[in-house]
Design a protein around this ligand. Sequence first.
Ligand SMILES: [Zn+2]
Length: 151
Amino acid sequence: MKCPNCGIDNDKVLETRNTENGAVLRRRRECLECGCRYTSYERIEDRPIMVIKKNNTRQTFNPEKVRHSIMRCADKRSISNEIIDKLVENVEREVRSKAGLKNEVTSSEIGEEILRELYKADPVSYVRFASVYRAFNDVEQFIDEIKRLRS
Ligand SMILES: [Zn+2]
């Protein structure tokens, strides 16, 4: 890497560290020309995940939309921003693992993950999301849904 001080590309790596749970490598480097020390960061290039919607159209996965739906259901509930961040993070991680090498998920798989996370976090928000998402016809259906999530 080019030295930020003298611009010459002749350095050695002094130390390599994992940060952000292994998502980012941080390297301390030293320029062998001028002795300047600097840090570089390395992360895997994000490939966008494609979401296949019910009408077969596609769009790129956007965690902000997940956050938006969760926040709408969590309105006036005492769920902190930290918890919502965590929920979005969990949904995103599951979506990434489901997308796999094909890099594709269906919108209903995302809906299922949001349901699962909300169920663990706050029953009221869960019911709000489920009633919109699943459009339950009767109480029986709703009870079945809860049983299904518990198993
Ligand atoms: Zn230098």
